[in-house]
Write a protein that binds this ligand. Structure first.
Ligand code: PLP
Length: 390
């Protein structure tokens, strides 16, 4: 039996045998590889969810979430709930938009489209601006739409993980503040928070949602978000979700952040302990240097793929994300299985119009920030081998 305190990062437990195999090198755009200490923090005993030990952990997590979003000054509130990134869409739709209110959705791929679906399910009237393939929605179109209609909110996917398009959220927010100052600005930061420059306060964002398993570098299972005081004042009196009700959760989050346990529904103790370690690791360095490391790693890989292997990125390079790379290849299935046979896991395409034509390589968190980028270089070498084979 080899599990317990000797658990190695990347190990997983085969319950039937009590046997740990080392897993493959995981280079998909989430869930991402965990650092050793984040992995170990999952092995935390059951604690009372309102007791002093867990309360101290959750207090620190919420305080550190403010830093993660660069939301120190606002009277807004970080929110950490059991759930995945998707829950953030439900939170926004159920609490911030009343039925029949108009929302402008900027879509740069699968995730923008899905956010629009979620809003529509809750009864919002959605106007969707879909970007040309691999690009951002042109600002002139956003400007026209904001001038033509009054919107309760505008939503932006910071990085659409299906296309690796990075949207200039600062520019969109600046435009919205200028033309439609009452419109709430909602950002899907699931694939950007922790790896791309993001400034909640400075850019005047009202709600930003992310998840634990992408650039934050914790296990999947937590929805992490930040809401502004302006948006808090507009939370629906009758939210259309019980679990995702901010009326229920905000007092609970405020209580934990001030160091007192409180109960609405049981928090995910072990996951939050693991998130605590992930956030400490992110903040031990500055966020700025973490963003810079992701840029360097991303630039290195994209340069090799484009200039050495002569491949074409899905994104136009000025609008490319730094936590993943989406690249067209002739036979995605063949490439993915060759890498898998060699112990490296990358992802296929998910944006419908081009889904069978490209692959996605994730480089977020530890795999992108280590001194030695051996996982990324190995992945590149394997791609180069496979494409060179007859
Ligand atoms: C992964 C992702 C989501 C969905 O998050 P889940 O944790 O899978 O629910 C939403 N938006 C973006 C941009 C994502 O990358």
């Amino acid at each position: 039996m080899v599990y317990g305190t000797s658990l190695v990062c990347n190990g997983f437990l085969d319950v039937a045998d009590n046997y740990i195999m080392r897993s493959d090198t995981l280079l998909i755009p989430g869930p991402i590889e965990l650092s050793d200490n984040v992995q170990k923090a999952l092995d935390c005993p059951s604690l009372s969810h309102t007791g002093p030990e867990f309360t101290a952990i959750f207090q620190r997590v919420l305080q550190n979430c403010r830093k993660l979003f660069k939301a120190h000054e606002t009277e807004g509130q970080p929110i950490v709930l059991a759930g995945s990134g998707t829950l953030g869409w439900d939170i926004a739709a159920a609490n911030l938009i009343d039925p029949d209110e108009k929302v402008l959705v900027l879509s740069t791929g699968f995730f923008g489209d899905s956010f629009a679906d979620c809003l529509e399910l809750y009864g919002a009237k959605v106007d969707k601006l879909a970007a040309p393939m691999g690009e951002q929605v042109p600002l002139e179109e956003v400007e026209k739409a904001l001038k033509r209609n009054r919107y309760k909110a505008i939503t932006v996917t910071h990085v659409d993980t299906s296309t690796a398009v990075l949207t200039d959220v600062e520019a969109v927010a600046e435009l919205a503040h200028r033309i439609a100052p009452d419109t709430l600005i909602i950002v899907d930061g699931v694939c950007s928070i922790g790896c791309e420059e993001f400034k909640f306060d400075e850019w005047g964002i009202d709600y930003c949602l992310t998840a634990s398993q992408k650039a934050v570098g914790a296990p999947p299972g937590l929805s992490i978000s930040m809401i502004s005081s302006r948006a808090l004042n507009q939370v629906a009196a009758r939210p259309r979700s019980y679990f995702a009700s901010l009326r229920k959760w905000i007092p609970i989050m405020q209580s934990y952040e001030s160091g007192k346990g409180a109960y609405f529904a049981t928090p995910a103790i072990q996951l939050i302990n693991s998130l605590d370690v992930a956030l400490k690791e992110i903040l031990a360095d500055s966020l700025e240097s973490r963003w810079a490391k992701h840029r360097q790693t991303s630039d290195w890989l994209k340069d090799k793929l484009v200039n050495t292997l002569k491949l074409k990125l899905v994104t136009n390079s000025k609008q490319a994300a730094h936590g993943l790379t989406a690249v067209y290849v002739e036979e995605p299935g063949r490439l993915i299985s060759y890498l898998k046979q060699n112990g490296v896991v990358i992802a296929g395409g998910i944006h419908k119009p081009i889904a069978s034509k490209y692959v996605r390589i994730g480089h977020m968190g530890v795999s992108a920030c280590r001194e030695e980028l051996h996982h990324i270089t190995r992945c590149y070498d394997l791609i180069s081998d496979e494409l060179g084979r007859p």
